[in-house]
Design a protein around this ligand. Structure first.
Ligand code: AHG
Ligand code: MN
Ligand code: MN
Length: 364
């Protein structure tokens, strides 16, 4: 006899019984089923890659760019289509919004509407597609305003604390699904033989301490002083103020970094910098910052802009960017303290040996 395995379907039924308070309608499970069907479709397309002509940039001649001004990959567009196709007819949605669509997506006339809003990044880390490195899908589920059949863009501008659920998939050596409904974080592995997600990583939790951080160091000259201070102290290792050696990682695929942090701890930073002062960060609040923050907090970690909890930021735009610093609690606490030290002028004595500009004429 084979040992008992919990499928995602069984898990959703269990969750509904445990937390539904007897009034669960099954709508939420239906929506998650539609999303995970799309995730299986995307996993298959990512896996087939060049075999189905899925690699490379979208748009034959001139490259097509999305609303962010970023070149779209074929798989960005295919993944976006997969989610729309699987979810619009589920009967559980009042509208959708995506990184790859400038405006919100209204459910076509004639299709049944539901009470939820779905916001997603169809393919995160897609610059990694052609080099065969892990990418993923991120989603956030919000409630539509009661009784509103045709939500407007403003209805999507809810702080992360309002999320009903959030999750992400990583298309890596295994296809993994990680999700939360506000009762902890659970991880599932796709068993391709039976086409089902199996609960393999229940109750994921992030160690409070870590010696590993992730940041794109090519931006170091643009970092603000608290981030410079933190990274510089980590780099000084055993002989520096931290008294221990740190390790560094940068995959350029936030889903993969988040999965690593959920598994063995760590800190991820895409902070605000001075490269383009009009942009308050690189990542987007509604479909990257908020869902990842919900998962990180539910796993015992923290997620901040530097000075504020990300999930409490009041959104002002669908594609709004935000500074993101998350991971092991004690490290995020420290980075937050460095930001408040800086705001109060308490870090003036901090002189970074690595990042200060020194010339022959000035010791500054
Ligand atoms: P996307 O592919 O959805 O645009 O997001 C990519 C994000 C994130 O996954 C990653 O951490 C970051 O961009 C990488 O940025 P750099 O290329 O600046 O390192
Ligand atoms: Mn992304
Ligand atoms: Mn993307």
């Amino acid at each position: 006899m084979s040992e008992h395995r919990t499928t995602l379907t069984q898990y959703l039924l269990d969750q509904q019984q445990k937390h539904g308070g007897g009034k669960a309608t099954g709508d939420f499970s239906g929506l998650i089923n539609a999303i995970t069907t799309a995730i299986k479709v995307i996993s298959n397309q990512v896996n087939k890659g060049a075999l189905i002509g899925a690699l490379g940039n979208y748009g034959g001649g001139g490259d097509s760019v999305n609303v962010q001004g970023e070149v779209q990959k074929k798989l960005d567009v295919m993944s976006n289509d997969a989610i729309i196709n699987e979810c619009q007819g589920s009967g559980h949605l009042a509208g959708m919004a995506s990184e790859e669509m400038e405006e919100i997506y209204s459910i076509p006339a004639g299709l049944k509407r539901g009470k939820y809003l779905l916001v997603f990044d169809p393919l995160d880390g897609s610059s990694n597609i052609d080099v065969n490195i892990s990418v993923g899908t991120i989603f956030s589920v919000l409630r539509a305003p009661e009784g509103k059949e045709n939500p407007t863009m403003e209805d999507f501008l809810q702080p992360g604390t309002q999320q009903v659920a959030a999750g992400f998939a990583v298309y890596g050596p295994s296809t993994m699904l990680v999700m939360t409904t506000g009762h902890g974080v659970d991880g599932f592995t796709l068993d391709r033989d039976i086409g089902a997600f199996i609960l393999t990583h229940p109750k994921m939790s992030i160690p409070a301490d870590t010696k590993e951080f992730a940041i794109n160091a090519s931006n170091s000259r643009f970092w603000e002083p608290p981030v410079k201070r933190y990274v510089d102290e980590c780099l000084q290792g055993k002989t520096g103020p931290r008294g221990t050696d740190f390790n560094m990682r940068w995959i350029a695929s936030m889903v993969a970094e988040t999965y690593r942090i959920l598994t063995r701890g760590g800190v991820f930073m895409y902070p605000r910098d001075t490269k383009d002062p009009s942009k308050p960060g690189r990542l987007r609040l509604l479909y990257e910052g908020n869902p990842i923050s919900f998962i990180i907090e539910q796993a015992g970690g923290r997620s901040i802009t530097g000075t504020q909890r990300i999930m409490e930021v009041e959104p002002t735009g669908l594609h709004q960017r935000i500074a993101v610093i998350f991971g092991s609690k004690n490290e995020v606490d420290l980075i937050e303290r460095y930001h408040s030290d800086h705001a109060q002028g308490l870090d003036r004595e901090f002189k970074s040996p690595l990042f200060n500009t020194r010339t022959l004429f000035s010791a500054e």
